[in-house]
Ligand binder design. Structure first.
Ligand code: COA
Ligand code: AMP
Length: 636
């Protein structure tokens, strides 16, 4: 720990902001709301709505696309670069000024309007990392339509599930994505999703990329370039602060993903505040979130926050390694004079694996870079230390989730930089009141691990609900502890006020910074005709943080070769969830350990698979099973 810097408990600037947001949340956030431009400025702070959500600024009116684009042009940023598209996989770099991006977004909104999209309609995007993905999102926002971006690594079935839930009027997609040197045709995946889905959109808009030409179905599919070129630009449509901006589906504990709804007003205020306090940015600087627009990091920090704040954002279509090498990130930083980089720890673990001594870094000038931000999964101390030693820069872990949309805990460098403590995401961001609760709902003592919860009201920007499912919204987040939001993470706060997040306490796992549901994989594995029962859980992995592992019990009398069954199971998960699930290991066992009431003992299974010491639970029906499984995993 750097002894020149203060701890959270000793930092006065931080404590002041934290206390103001805690004791007078309305005044604190209405003051922050005053820093963005509204069509009608809000006077209302937070209110509980009929579904039990904390809703901010209900009488405010704005348009997020206008705020991110037109307002920046009006403020004199028209010639400033808004978006840099850097694509090593197509060998292209393209820059859009704020004026150019505004024009493109207005025209694309015009094309959507001509396809019938109006305020409140849903539009699903299934897009690779190309500027049109960003433009499409902002075009929806311009019309007051609700976008729902589906990550390109998900399979057709996942896309179909989201289409059936969101019921889009239009789907935006592209002919292909590019994974390093592999071209992945997207249109056949979209076609397959539409065959599987019950709901059918009225139209699709398809971006034809050079690498593959998609076959368009007359009457339904339209060529993106042609439609946009012929469209008239449209003006932004005013929306209420509480109107939805987007739905982003995320993995829950069951096979059905949760459609996290984010509204316009609270989101805009939170994005603006976070660029200052969490990331210490100044308007005009260059921000790079090396993520994907399909994840919340991409929504918040590739698209909305940097533009709302007047920064330049980088859209990178490549990987940390192999496009072409482990120097890729350093190259991008030098090429675009990036001031802050935000990525997932797994990206740096991949770089470190290929370039442990940092020889690649020596080839580039990264002097523009002020800070490195890491999130999406736990920043393990060895990766933290490696980055710190290599760059000499602040390496700042911060913790958040799709539901919150921005950091629940961070080192608030815009207020005061605090001493870094490896393994800790530092302190609750002002606005978030974090409590560690035990099973009885009592606050745990210092350094005692428990359920990490957020006391209500949640600050602006957090989820407004689960699309179409108010009961699930309540059950998932508010039913466990009175007056608190349940994050699903376990962790503790130490004597100095540092928050440590230790991992999920539910069936959600994090694979290479991608959030996935083991419950969903389990449902797929269990659907194999020869499988009697199974358990899928996450085991530690040096590169990707966690990987799913399936333990499978076959039906009596099964005559199919076990290796064939395993191959089929791996294929089924890849086919139904997508390659991104990384489900590559299934092991056939005789029995699964259960409590006497029949619950599978997943925690112990995880400990065995990770080679950790474990205590035999007193509730287990037959302890011998644990030894059998240990031996099986050691030999399989
Ligand atoms: N479209 C189609 N396929 C995709 C995809 C996309 N957008 N993203 C990933 N995939 C595929 C990959 O090609 C791979 O396929 P394969 O099994 O045929 O090889 C599979 O999904 C698994 O992908 P991934 O877990 O990303 O592994 P990888 O070996 O390709 O790359 C890393 C490993 C660490 C380099 C990469 O995961 C990474 O950059 N991670 C950072 C994660 C991140 O930014 N997370 C966002 C939260 S901040
Ligand atoms: P997602 O919704 O995809 O952003 O994933 C959210 C989950 O990722 C959280 O609930 C955590 O389990 C994990 N996570 C994100 N950031 C961190 C972090 N900095 N430290 C530990 N876990 C994290």
């Amino acid at each position: 720990m750097d002894s020149n810097l203060l701890t959270p408990l000793a930092s006065q600037a931080y404590q002041r902001a934290h206390n103001q947001a805690k004791t007078a949340p309305d005044a604190f956030w209405l003051d922050e709301a005053g820093r963005i431009t509204w069509i009608r400025k809000p006077t209302a702070g937070v209110k509980r709505d009929a579904d039990g959500g904390d809703r901010w600024f209900s009488d405010g009116q704005l348009n997020t696309s206008w705020l991110a684009l037109d307002a920046q042009v009006e403020a004199g940023r028209g010639e400033q670069v808004a978006l840099i598209y850097d694509s090593p996989v197509t060998d292209r770099i393209q820059r859009f000024t704020y004026a150019e991006l505004t024009e493109q977004v207005a025209r694309t909104a015009g094309a959507l309007a001509e396809l019938g999209v109006t305020k409140g309609d849903r539009v699903v995007l299934y897009m690779p990392m190309v500027p049109e993905a960003v433009i499409g999102m902002l075009a929806c926002a311009r019309l007051g339509a609700i976008h729902s971006v589906v990550f390109g690594g998900f399979a057709a079935r996942e896309l179909a599930i989201r289409i059936d839930d969101a019921k889009p009027r239009v789907v935006l997609s592209a002919s292909c994505g590019i994974e390093v040197d592999r071209v992945i045709p997207y249109k056949p995946l979209l076609d397959s999703a539409l065959e599987q889905a019950t709901h059918q959109p009225e139209a699709t808009l398809i971006l034809q990329r050079q690498q593959v030409e998609a076959v368009l179905q007359a009457g339904r599919d339209h060529d993106w370039h042609e439609r946009v070129a012929a469209a008239q630009p449209v003006d932004p449509v005013p929306v209420q602060a509480t109107d939805p901006l987007y739905i982003l589906y995320t993995s829950g504990t069951t096979g059905k993903p949760k459609g996290v709804v984010r509204d316009n007003g609270g989101h805009a205020v939170a994005m603006h505040y976070s660029m200052d306090v969490v990331y210490g940015m100044k308007p005009g600087e260059v921000f790079w979130a090396a993520s994907d627009v399909g994840w919340v990091v991409g929504h918040s920090y590739i698209v909305y926050a940097p533009l709302i704040y007047g920064c330049t954002t980088v859209l990178y279509e490549g990987k940390p390694v192999r496009t072409p090498d482990a120097g890729a990130f350093w190259r991008v930083i030098e090429a675009h004079k990036v001031n802050a980089l935000f990525t997932a720890p797994t990206a740096f673990r991949a770089i470190r694996k290929e370039d442990p001594e940092g020889a690649m870094l020596a080839r580039y000038d990264i002097s523009s870079l002020k800070r490195l931000f890491l999130a999406g999964e736990r920043l393990d101390p060895p990766t933290y230390q490696w980055l710190k030693d290599l760059t000499g820069l602040p390496v700042l872990d911060h913790w958040w989730q799709t539901e919150t949309g921005w950091a629940i805990a961070c080192n608030p460098v815009g207020l005061e930089t605090m001493a870094e403590k490896p393994g800790s995401a530092t302190a609750p961001t002002p606005g978030f009141q974090v409590d560690i609760l035990d099973l009885n709902g009592q606050v745990c003592g210092s350094s005692v691990e428990g359920a990490v919860c957020i006391r209500r009201p949640l600050p602006p920007g957090c989820l407004a609900g689960i699309w179409n499912d108010p009961d699930r919204f309540h059950q998932s987040y508010f039913a466990s502890y009175d007056g608190h939001y349940l994050t699903g993470d376990g962790g503790y706060i130490d004597d100095d006020g540092y928050l440590f997040i230790m991992g999920r306490t539910d069936d959600v796992i994090n694979v290479a910074g991608h959030r996935l549901s083991t419950g969903e994989m389990e449902e797929i594995v269990a659907s194999h005709p020869q499988v009697a029962e199974c358990a899928v859980f996450g085991v530690d992995d040096q590169l990707k943080g966690q990987l799913p592992l399936g333990l499978v019990v076959l039906k009596d009398g099964c005559s199919q070769a076990p290796d064939d069954i395993v191959r089929e199971l791996v294929g089924m998960v890849r086919e139904q969830v997508g390659a991104v699930a990384c489900f590559r290991r299934a092991v056939i066992v005789k029995r699964l350990p259960k409590t006497r009431s029949g619950k599978i003992l997943r925690r112990v299974l995880r400990q065995i698979a990770n080679g950790e010491a474990y205590a035999v639970p007193s509730t287990i029906d037959d302890p011998i099973i644990l030894e059998e499984i240990g031996e099986r995993l050691a030999t399989a």
